[in-house]
Each structure stands twice: as C-alpha cells, then as structure tokens.
Write a protein that binds this ligand. Sequence first.
Ligand code: ADP
Ligand code: ASP
Ligand code: MG
Length: 421
Amino acid sequence: MEKTQEKGGIMSIIVQKFGGSSVADAECIKRVANRVVETKRKGHQVVTVVSAMGDSTDHLIDLAKQVSKNPSVREMDMLLSTGEQVSISLLAMAIHALGEPVVSLTGPQAGIKTDGVFSKARIMDITSSRLEKELDEGKIVIVAGFQGITIDNDITTLGRGGSDTTAVALAAALKADICEIYTDVDGVYTTDPRLVKNAKKLSTITYDEMLELASLGAQVLQPRSVEFGKIHKVKIHVRSSFNHEEGTIVQEVSDMENDIVVSGVAFDKKSVRFTVYDVPDRPGVAKDIFKTLADRSINVDMIVQISREGSLNDITFTLDRDQMEEALKVMKEVIVNIGAKDVTCDDDVAKVSIVGAGMITNFGVAADMFDALAEEKINIELISTSEIKISVLVRKDQCEKAVRKLIEKFDLAEESIQSIE
Ligand code: ADP
Ligand code: ASP
Ligand code: MG
C-alpha cells in the first residue's frame, strides 16, 4: 500500500490490538477509544483489531454446550465470531462519540481469507483494498479479530487467541510500521507474571524465542501471530492497555539480553500423555500412528519410543487436552490396524520448558535444568529438546514448583525490591 503523504512527511500506519480484558466493559471500551484517538491525533493512520469483550467467547462456548453435546464446528465458528462483532461496533460508536471518523469491519469485510479448517483456520490471503480505501478517507478502521472467510463464503475462526494473528497479519498486509498488542500485563515476562510475581519483564525478545514460549504455553501471543511477524518482519510491541509504559519488542535480534542463555520459562497444564503399548517393531508403524493423527489435524508434541524385549516397542507422545477425546477414539482404531496391545492417556501431567537463543552456544543448560528439578525432587517423565528449548513432562501438581525453581536457577526473577533510600 502507498503510504499517504501528509504535511511533507509520510504518515505511519499503526495496527493496535486490544484483547478481551482491555474491552471487558463500557468503561474499558471508552478507555480504548481514547487511546486509539490519541494515536490518530498524533498523525498516524490507525487500524485497531479487537477481541470479544471479557470472557464472552467462553460464555458462547458454554451456551453451545448447553444445546448440543457435539456442536458442529462450522456452527461454532458462526457463533464465536459474533463476540468480536459486538466489540467492534461498540468501539466504533465510542470513537465516533469522540468526534473522529471511524468504521468497523468484520474479518470478511476486511478481506481476511482463510482455509476451511473451522475453529483453527489459517489466514491464506488478505485483500486490503477496502481497508486502504477507508484509511485514505481519513478514518480509523476497527477490525474484528479472530475471524475470516473461506472461498465458499463460510465464516471461520483462527483458534483461541487468534486476534493477535489478525493484527500481525493485517500489519504485514498494510506494511504497517508497528503492530502494538495491548493486553492486561506490561509486556512479555520471563514467565507468566500471574504465577511468579517477581518474574522479570523483557525489553526485547527474538521471534524464535517468542515463538517457542508461545507454542509452549505462554498465552500472551498466539504462536501463529509470531510466525507471521517473523516471516513478514513485523515489529511487534506487547504492552499494557492500562498504562503508557514501554512493553516488550518482539524482533529479529534481541539487543538487550544478548548474553542471556535462558530467556524464559513456559508451562502448559493442558498437555496429555498418550502411551501405545507393544507396538510391533517394523518400518511404517510410527507413520501409521502419526499420519492418522495428522490427517485429523491433531497436533502431536513430544514423542519417545522405548524398545522392549523381543520385537515390541512402547510409543509415548503428548498432545493438547482439547484434542484428547478425538485422539483416543482415533488411536483405538489405529492400535487394531497396527497390531499394538493397548493405548492409555493421562491428563494429570504438565509440560515445563526453558527457552533461550543462547542455548545454542552454551553447554550444560540441560544439566542445570535437570539438576534444579532434582533438587526439588521433581520426577521427569519425558524430555524433548530443540536448538533453543528444553521441555520436560512432570506431574501436574509439581508444575508450579518446577517453574519457580527454574526461574530462580536461571536468574530470571526481578532483584528483590530495594528500599527508596
Ligand atoms: P488478551 O485478552 O489481551 O489477549 P491473554 O489472556 O490472551 O490476553 O494474554 C495475556 C496473559 O498471558 C497475561 O494475563 C498472562 O497471565 C499470560 N502470560 C503467560 N505467560 C506470559 C509471559 N511469559 N509474559 C506475559 N504474560 C504471560
Ligand atoms: N475471542 C477469542 C478468544 O477468546 C480471540 C481472542 O481473544 O484473541 O480466544
Ligand atoms: Mg490473547
């Protein structure tokens, strides 16, 4: 998009996203309206993405469950997309009341085209002509997060937390100068600040580290939004909608914390452990298991194969709690086909991970992690690693203890608060 020439300079485009807690009630919506107008009046072109108000997506899910045990995914998307439509119209009204020209657009109206995987659709393309036209007319454009439309004109949603992805994808399509993600914490911390009160706020983090943290359970950004950011080099600023403090910049290189080996600790209490017993030891069985799961869009995470005596193996893997029932149903068919003995699943587990770009060049990080967990007598059930992360599966009731210990071990807490003297 051509950026508008204004008073001899080039106007910057800013995409701002406000999450559910930032638009939870009328007062919050008015506060967001002021913030958006403030940005516009500084001379920027503003596109604002909003989520559904407060917990309204959860309430809609509850409602669906009350009318059907197994609601159709298409109808779920139809239902859930209404949440965002409420907040875009209310925010547009509040901005209008402040005297600024504004228009609200649903995802489809904003040109967001997705594939047809209901409930976790992926953005395939954005036709930004309508957005550009509205911006060129001097309007603030409010876009509904979390939704798009297929080529067959069906409404889709992008998975929980998907408004982040709408915002970063729009920032990429419009070549925006920055994508600001306003939320209920001051930025990205070394771990969830709700669990560890003295977790440290990071001033910068790399896309790769953020992608790992987000994929491993840090809810603050949807992983797909970070992927978009990385591919299209969108500068993402995660910050609070309740104050004007600088937050955390997600970018290619992290300049401040370069010498830090471990940047953060993530945890995921929604992991479920599956074990398939007595799997025949022949080529192709692993493919049979994991291809069948992949064909149903079931995402598998940690995988471990343990050889048993004779020609039998046990295969253990983890996946998300939301896909447990479906995966169990599928696996019961698979074990018959491959001639395995049994399959069990256990949801009393949690995955705890350390993430840091510095791990690539530092030896001994895994040993330090296991040492810290051993000191707390925490048993490790599974381990998986990549270049910049180490994850372990532990009993769910040990999760918090493990996170706190790792924060301490890798020096990721704020120094104790000094007295003013
Ligand atoms: P929004 O409604 O604005 O999208 P979310 O609830 O999706 O907000 O994400 C913000 C939450 O993410 C915070 O309230 C915090 O509890 C959680 N969180 C988890 N891990 C982290 C982390 N490492 N840094 C910051 N916040 C985190
Ligand atoms: N409203 C959706 C959700 O609760 C999308 C979002 O908040 O980003 O998951
Ligand atoms: Mg979110």
